[in-house]
Write a protein that binds this ligand. Structure first.
Ligand SMILES: [Zn+2]
Length: 345
């Protein structure tokens, strides 16, 4: 069955609307072992090289139950892990769910709902009849696992929507997980709203002047050409991988390199990797981690599916700082400094 899971993992890993870069993870419980995706590896590569790590399921579950700060420590079966892979940060979540197969994605359709302040009401309407739970945002890892445990309250659920994060489905086998994933995707589907194209020529000119990489395509263009998307992208970050790959919120730059240069420099200093030139297009810091362009597209896909009148929950400065291991106070000062610069422009 692990080979079936490798196939499903590679397929969803190649679908930018489900998984971007090293995001998402899958697992299989078999004979007391939990085979879980390794940290930092890409689901897209699941068939190309070993991507799964065996951990002892009972050890992880005992660790969660006893309140251990790191329930996966010492649980890896090292003799069956020759590459020395580290289990995913979400290993405890995979262990907690009773299903043999668990699939966690950063589906853009799910994110478009999971970032809304009315996500719970929206899910009640769209997922009616499915055994599902909604878990409000928590830091990935053990805090998220405990939030999911609290949200299910011992109920048996096959679908968990993670607030400001993504989707988890579980099933008895890989085909069942695939069917459930498709069903949730269908129910949460929303059309990607039309967006005017950007101005590729102007984008390349500003990009060259500032040393930033132009990202083109109609999904990305919408972030710069549709005012509500641009405002939302500039107002904050909405899910963990955005922050990890692209830094906090997108930075709006004027279509004038001399004015844009100090704004871009200050934003890069504070970890900002994504830049929007209104009406023109999207620019990426060339030093961003590999996969950052996939996370930029993810934002375009997700915000392009959010209705204009919806209200969104951005991650708080404390949540952002925790994700980046930043000092929260220094981070808040940096935010204030960057906002001040933005106003002067
Ligand atoms: Zn995740």
């Amino acid at each position: 069955m692990l080979d079936d899971l490798r196939r499903l993992s590679a397929r969803i890993g190649r679908d930018i609307e489900q998984v971007q870069a090293a995001g998402g993870n899958t697992s299989l419980k078999d004979d007391g072992l939990l085979w879980v995706k390794a940290s930092g590896l890409w689901l897209a590569d699941a068939e190309a090289h070993e991507t799964f790590v065996p951990v002892r399921l009972d050890a992880v579950l005992r660790g969660i139950e006893s309140g251990s700060p790191d329930p996966t420590a010492g649980a890896v079966v090292t003799e069956r892990n020759p590459a020395g892979l580290r289990p995913s940060i979400e290993t405890t979540l995979h262990a907690l769910l009773p299903h043999r197969v668990v699939v966690h994605t950063h589906s853009v359709r799910t994110i478009a709902v999971a970032v809304r302040t009315d996500a719970e009401a929206e899910l009640e309407r769209r997922l009616a009849g499915l055994a599902y739970a909604f878990a409000p945002y928590r830091q990935p890892g053990l805090p998220l696992t405990l939030a999911v445990a609290a949200a299910t309250g011992g109920r048996s659920v096959d679908v968990v929507v993670l607030g400001n994060h993504g989707l988890v489905v579980g099933a008895d086998d890989v085909a069942g997980a695939e069917t459930m994933l498709a069903e949730v995707e269908r129910r949460l589907d929303a059309p990607l709203a039309e967006a005017p194209r950007g101005d590729g020529e102007a984008l390349r000119r500003v990009g060259a002047a500032l040393g930033l990489k132009p990202l083109e395509g109609h999904v990305l263009d919408g972030l710069a050409t549709v005012p509500p998307r641009l405002e939302r992208a500039a107002a904050g970050s909405y899910y963990p991988d955005h922050l990890v790959f692209l830094g906090p919120r997108a930075t709006v730059l004027p279509d004038d390199s001399a004015k844009a240069r100090p704004i871009a420099a200050a934003a890069r200093e504070d970890g900002g990797r994504l830049f929007l030139v209104p009406g023109v297009g999207v620019l990426l810091d060339p030093d961003a981690n590999p996969g950052a362009d996939a996370l930029a597209a993810c934002l375009g896909h997700a915000l392009g599916r959010v209705p204009d009148d919806a209200r969104l929950n951005a991650l708080t400065p404390e949540e952002e700082a925790a994700l980046m291991n930043w000092d929260a106070e220094k981070y808040r000062q940096g935010l204030a400094r960057a906002r001040g610069l933005g106003r002067e422009a």
